[in-house]
Design a binder for this molecule. Structure first.
Ligand code: ADP
Length: 262
């Protein structure tokens, strides 16, 4: 027969159990709060473009359809709102797949500079619209081979370069730099000379739906999911992503990847 626990020991056990339960309850509460906020944000993000389409369609049906001065403009505005909805749904699909952890990484060795060039080519038309130069940092052109999921890293680069163009100044520059941190890691950084992000927003920019300057961000377009997707993909690789910014000077987003071993 085991010796019985002393009153002190039993009381210690009970206290431990109670504090563990308290932690579990706090975690559940935080999750519940997060879920509520997520749904509220989602409803809000969906409502805006839906209301806009509804407004244009109702106005057209109300007589504007026969007015050649406005009908095409209203249809094109409705179409833009539908594009935004499609993007939002695509991003949500992407993020829920990433969060479910169901999609495995398909890793291979590839040159990160080549992938950046591919992304630059795809986004060239957007950059040209704002007369923005897409550049490679001098001295970092030597190809560095990484071992990662190429398609997903392409998505990371597209989101970062797209943001740099979207929020960047007219006639500004976007610069991509690739550095060998040590034998195991490569560091990739996308920098812009845009308006930057105020310090108070920095801790939250990787959260889903978080947008630093809501009214400006809305006018610029986007879903507020781009950086959340970036963070997910980079962390799925066991790596980290960081952001630096100075208002009036610019922003830099950097992440690490495994070096490919030959
Ligand atoms: P979205 O661009 O769709 O709003 P993101 O998750 O990609 O969503 O970015 C979140 C927010 O971070 C943006 O709304 C913007 O306020 C800020 N941000 C991201 N990248 C930049 C950048 N390069 N320069 C300035 N602000 C940025």
């Amino acid at each position: 027969v085991l010796p019985q626990k002393s009153i002190e020991e039993v009381s210690e056990d009970v206290q431990k159990w109670a504090s563990q339960k308290k932690d579990e309850i706090e975690l559940l509460k935080a999750n519940e709060q997060f879920r509520k906020e997520f749904l509220m944000n989602l409803a809000h993000e969906l409502r805006t473009p839906i209301f806009s389409v509804q407004g244009y369609v109702d106005t057209l049906l109300g007589g504007a359809l026969s007015d050649p001065n406005v009908n095409i403009k209203f249809l094109s505005n409705a179409s833009k709102s539908i594009d935004r909805l499609v993007r939002l749904v695509d991003d949500l699909d992407e993020i829920s797949k990433l969060e479910s952890g169901k999609i495995p990484l398909i890793q291979e060795a590839f040159s990160i500079q080549e992938l950046i060039k591919e992304v630059y080519e795809e986004l060239l038309f957007k950059a040209k619209d704002k007369h923005i130069n897409l550049l490679m940092k001098k001295g970092t052109e030597r190809p560095l081979f990484v071992y990662a999921d190429k398609q997903k890293i392409k998505q990371v680069l597209v989101n970062l370069v797209d943001n740099a163009i979207k929020y960047g100044n007219e006639k500004g520059s976007v610069i991509a730099g690739c550095y060998e941190v040590d034998e195991k890691n490569v560091y990739i950084e996308i920098s812009d000379d845009g308006p930057g992000i105020a310090e108070e927003h920095m801790p939250r920019i990787f959260e889903r739906f978080y947008r630093a300057d809501r009214s400006r961000a809305r006018a610029i377009g986007g879903t507020g999911l781009g950086l959340a997707i970036v963070k997910h993909i980079v962390e799925a690789h066991g790596q980290t992503v960081t952001a630096r910014s100075k208002p009036g000077v610019g922003s830099s987003f950097g992440f690490t990847l495994d070096t490919a071993t030959t």
